[in-house]
Write a protein that binds this ligand. Structure first.
Ligand SMILES: [Zn+2]
Length: 326
């Protein structure tokens, strides 16, 4: 039976049939929401989560890549900002741009030139250290925060883990986390754990830093599974824990499944704004930790844990708030 499933899964035509059946039968499945979404997160979900390179997506994908690259400055950076350049590298990777594309090479080279002697990536003092997160929240980092380098590395490490300058930046982040007295803030922490996990760097320092971050997130998760006493924090935390292979990351996400179910809308998507991005992010984390089936079981057993779709029109986007749902 299982063998049969994998044989079918390996065949794109069979997979296409499987997903078409799935989205008609299970309208609350996150794939049902992502299947037709025309944003980069929708394309990324279909290519990288569902594993289908659809012909219908090609014009959109090319347009999105072209749009991003058209913003690149001649020297290789985006907005002369290390953070923005990292963000664009992340999006270009999810959209399946080729590694040898000159835009990628130029961006990496530009970042390399922005590296400080101790390994961190420094923003030019004239450039604000405020970036959009993938889930739609604006992040403001203190200029010297570990989060600036970590945020940038989340994009860089999708392209290059092996260059010595990248490894130096990874070790700098790990050192800041492992050796500092306090964890700076939630934004620094989620980007640091995302970057350190992607780095696959096998050093004690990186391991210690990841352990410290996992402990910190666990300390800020309550009995209900909510982090930082605010359900919407889940998007940020899942960005971090969703790529961290440690079992502790999985336990925390498993504990949060009821919260995630209560935050989902009945069309399968999360959030009132940046819906595709949020849904992509949650789904990716659930798939990475092999928790998607457990999540779907839960939503079938407890169908009342859902936000009616009508709420999307009734409430303004700023009210991605918990209180109304629970
Ligand atoms: Zn911080």
């Amino acid at each position: 039976m299982i063998e049969d499933f994998w044989r079918k899964w390996a065949d794109p035509n069979e997979r296409l049939k499987w997903i078409q059946k799935l989205i008609t039968e299970k309208p609350r499945h996150p794939f049902a929401f992502l299947w037709r979404n025309e944003s980069w997160a929708g394309v990324a979900a279909r290519r990288n989560l569902i594993g289908l390179k659809l012909k219908r997506d090609e014009p959109l994908r090319q347009r999105l890549i072209k749009g991003i690259i058209s913003e690149q400055y001649p020297k290789g950076g985006f907005r002369s900002s290390v953070g923005w350049t990292g963000l664009r590298l992340l999006q270009l990777s999810e959209l399946g741009t080729h590694f040898d594309h000159p835009a990628i090479q130029k961006a990496l080279e530009w970042l390399h030139n922005r590296q400080d002697y101790d390994g961190c990536l420094l923003e030019n003092p004239r450039i604000p250290t405020a970036y959009p997160s993938l889930w739609g929240e604006e992040l403001r980092f203190p200029p010297m925060a570990v989060g600036v380098t970590a945020f940038t590395l989340c994009g860089v490490l999708r392209w290059d883990r092996e260059s010595s300058w990248v490894k130096r930046a990874v070790l700098w982040v790990a050192k800041q986390i492992a050796e500092s007295k306090n964890i700076c803030c939630r934004s620094c922490a989620v980007h640091a754990i995302h970057a350190l996990s992607l780095s696959h760097h096998e050093s004690l320092l990186v391991r210690l830093a990841i352990e410290r971050l996992l402990d910190w997130f666990a300390e800020h998760q309550d009995e209900k599974g909510e982090w930082f006493s605010f359900p919407d924090s889940a998007f940020a935390i899942l960005f971090g824990l969703g790529v961290c292979p440690a079992p502790e990351a999985r336990w925390q996400i498993a504990k949060a499944l009821p919260i995630l179910a209560a935050m989902q809308f009945s069309d399968g998507g999360w959030g009132r704004s940046f819906r595709a991005e949020k849904t992509w992010l949650v789904t990716k984390a659930l798939i990475f930790h092999e928790l998607l089936d457990a999540f779907l079981d839960l939503t079938e057993r407890c169908p009342w844990l859902v936000r009616p779709k009508e709420w999307l029109e009734k409430l303004p986007p700023s009210l991605d708030e918990p209180s109304a749902a629970v």
